[in-house]
Ligand binder design. Sequence first.
Ligand code: MN
Length: 474
Amino acid sequence: MTRSSPLHARSLRGWLAHLAATERLAVARDGVSLDYEVAAIAKKLDGRQAVLFPKPGGHSVPIVSGYVAARAWIAEAMGVPESELLHCFRDSSEKPTKWTEVSASQAPVREVTIERPDLLKVFPIPRHSEHDSAPYITAGVIVARNPKTGAQNVSIQRIQVKDGHRLQALILPRHLSAFHTMAEEKGEALPIAIVIGADPLTLLASQAVVPIDQDELEIAGSLHGAPLEVVKCLGSEIRVPAHAEIVIEARVLPGVRELEGPFGEFPKTYSPAGQHQVIEVDRVTHRRNPIFHTIVPAELEHLMLGAIPREATILGLLQRSFPNVLDAHLSLGGTCRYHLYIKMKKRRESEGKNVIMAAFGSHFDLKQVIVVDDDVDVHNPTEVEWAVATRFQADRDLVVVSGAQGSPLDPSTTLTGRVDGMSAKMGLDATRPLSYVGHTFTRVRVPGEDAVDLDKVLNPNPASVLDTFLKGQK
Ligand code: MN
């Protein structure tokens, strides 16, 4: 594989310079408030421009938001066309690239060290949604080591900052939580490093759905097509990206839980308050003049980071059993988690239903699956709806499974007011029959419509022509 990411995608600063040069980085005026105003402005520009706040709330550390907020931008960072995005991500997850370690003096993230910092004083930490309990670190990429094997794990968890020394985090039962349980069983704290302001592909790699003990920083290396440069933390054996902006060295405490939440989450609803893990901060290292990153919850940056790794994994799993599955897309309206559109070239009648069942087995978050033929664009919700309108009959093509495991953040999985994550699954086979009479299911096309070049066929001076025509009509 000779592909590699462009050099400007290797650090946050390089990437911001590239976005700025292509009119995709807005700069706010000084003094925007950390309470909601940063989030409101970033939300307004969501998916169109990233935004830099030079002095948010009078703080000397700037904030950036929205720098991985479009599929096209992510493909660009990888150096591939958008159509190759999922394939590239899947290939990188399957063929990780070991990182290379650099010394502290070669690591920009080690330019400045602060012991026992008060995070609320050191960094501008915003408050995002109306009913959030506190300011939150929303773009904290947490690196930890398996206490038994030493293998690293990388994931993003929301972190509540009511107090700048003692944080609370919701760590859902995946790899980081397994590491914490191992440490906790021995009565020990779990050392972690919270990385803020990593390059766009390291952020994306943190969301890979891969087995425990696969270090997501090695996937970041493969996404870049070059080993990621890492540096060892001061207080632990954890290796962190050397070109990140900020690293918070901390520990998840054993046997302690504190109130965390409520917090506005990816489904654009609130996840309720609960007793969650507690993190004690030891030190901060950062670049000179660091940039703090915040992700506005439920907006495109949040959703894209979740969607692409999931789509790549689900597509890979489906294609093992069904090589005729061509594409998979988690729709925006389905919060990039719950609704999956699958494009396939059906080989046998009713195969669509088998694909629906396989899809539900691939990830418990999936709630609705729609399967369409290869003449439908799964990235266009209007086309998918058209397929349902013209190729689907509810009494024949609908699959419903009740009472399965669903997303614990889906508010509809409750009848009592408490979200329990128990969810029905709905599959719609919107593929047409393999054989049909005449043109019953043929999509209407105008011969040559795709080849029309408007620059060639339209008159560049319409006014003069229209003048002669319309005068005569008076
Ligand atoms: Mn993992």
